[in-house]
Design a protein around this ligand. Structure first.
Ligand SMILES: NC(=O)c1ccc[n+]([C@@H]2O[C@H](COP(=O)([O-])OP(=O)(O)OC[C@H]3O[C@@H](n4cnc5c(N)ncnc54)[C@H](OP(=O)(O)O)[C@@H]3O)[C@@H](O)[C@H]2O)c1
Length: 341
């Protein structure tokens, strides 16, 4: 029997989705590992709940939705509690902060220093401090997994770093932000100028009230930095990524592109030349000309050639899918005679 006691830090869209998925997939884990995942503690920004026997995921979500918090006030800081609680894996799902990566970085370091595995959806620590936390994980012989950080239902990190191990990957290009793609698609299909298209995306809940993180390409740049480090072995932060967002894309440019059977898409790219985010002209029909909110990754390798991964980049259950796949792999590494690494 393989035991997996999890602490969830961050209990918003992703945290609640993960709790629901742990409940939904319990039997699958029991059948394979003899035990399901137990949530032994969960934290939001102000409160927490803990139980050595395991918290009921449905109850946790119900409490959070009903009362706006998870439980009681914390007696100590979260890093202090992560250092003394008994658990196997931290699932870190607090907001992305690309100024100093806090609070996620402190949570991740506390768990790794305590010898615990970490799964995270939080881009900040990975886009700013990738080397530091991967070295800490290696030093403490811990797993550090982060499939959810570059998109929910687009399993590109695990595909590239595990299934494509024998390949030389020469480039990864992708549509990594559904909000920008929605705006560009609407400009093209409806002849909408940029600002009404953004307002529409905000009304539909695709874009934040402050949309700059998406439309200035910051979100895509974070994902580019993470992929460059995790898959291509680079040592970059989000600040090393050359970045142009979509504010400068006007209707005239979109119309001219259409006359040439092309579309404009915000593309994140990791190539031998470097790391960049910029609007690019893409021929219609090319996998990166996709419309709407889907994310798409185009991976170029020496043996397989072109590989395309497309899926929903965001969403409660989509992102939980990526977190669950990381938890599954960690449980596999605990099996006797496991050869996974
Ligand atoms: N949403 C997606 O589809 C998606 C997809 C891929 C990756 N991600 C990434 O996953 C992470 C979580 O996203 P989300 O959409 O779930 O965000 P969210 O809905 O805003 O939830 C964030 C959670 O973190 C908690 N939190 C905030 N500050 C905290 C602190 N200092 N200490 C402890 N907890 C704190 C919040 O507490 P309160 O509940 O008390 O406010 C909330 O529970 C982000 O880094 C995001 O970039 C999200």
């Amino acid at each position: 029997m393989i035991k997996m006691d999890a602490v969830l830090v961050g209990f918003g869209t992703v945290g609640q989705g993960v709790a629901e998925a742990i409940q939904m997939k319990d039997q699958l884990f029991v059948d394979r590992f003899g035990e399901g995942i137990r949530i032994v503690a969960a934290f939001d920004s102000n409160t927490y709940a803990a139980s050595k026997k395991g918290l009921n995921p449905t109850e946790l979500v119900r409490t959070k939705v009903g009362k706006g918090n998870i439980g009681k006030k914390r007696p100590e800081t979260i890093p202090e509690m992560l250092s003394r609680l008994d658990y196997d894996v931290l699932v870190e799902m607090t907001p992305t902060n690309i100024v100093d990566a806090k609070p996620g970085i402190d949570h991740i370091k506390a768990a790794l220093n305590a010898g615990r595995d970490v799964v995270t959806s939080n881009k900040g620590p990975l886009a700013l401090k990738f080397r530091e936390i991967s070295k800490l994980a290696a030093k403490n012989k811990c797993n550090l997994r982060f499939e959810a950080s570059v998109g929910g239902a687009t399993p590109v990190i695990n595909l590239a770093s595990e299934l494509l191990r024998c390949e030389r990957i020469s480039s990864i290009r992708g549509i990594m932000n559904g909000t920008c793609n929605y705006i560009l698609s609407r400009m093209e299909s409806e002849g909408l100028p940029w600002e009404p298209a953004l307002r529409e995306a905000q009304q539909l809940g695709y874009a934040e009230t402050d949309p700059s993180y998406d439309i200035d390409g910051i979100d895509t740049a974070c994902k580019v930095a993470i992929l460059a480090n995790a898959i291509m072995g680079n040592d970059v932060t989000v600040h090393d990524v050359e970045r142009t967002g979509i504010r400068g894309v006007n209707l005239e440019a979109v119309t001219l592109a259409a006359q040439d059977k092309k579309v404009i898409r915000l593309i994140g790219e990791i190539t031998e030349k470097g790391v960049e985010v910029a609007p690019r002209l893409i021929p219609r029909g090319h996998p990166l000309s996709i419309s709407g909110t889907l994310n798409t990754f185009h991976i170029q390798t020496d043996l397989a050639g072109e590989i395309i991964v497309a899926g929903r980049g965001a969403g409660r259950h989509e992102t939980a899918s990526a977190v669950m796949s990381d938890l599954w792999v960690i449980m596999r590494t605990k099996e006797p005679n496991s050869h996974s690494s």
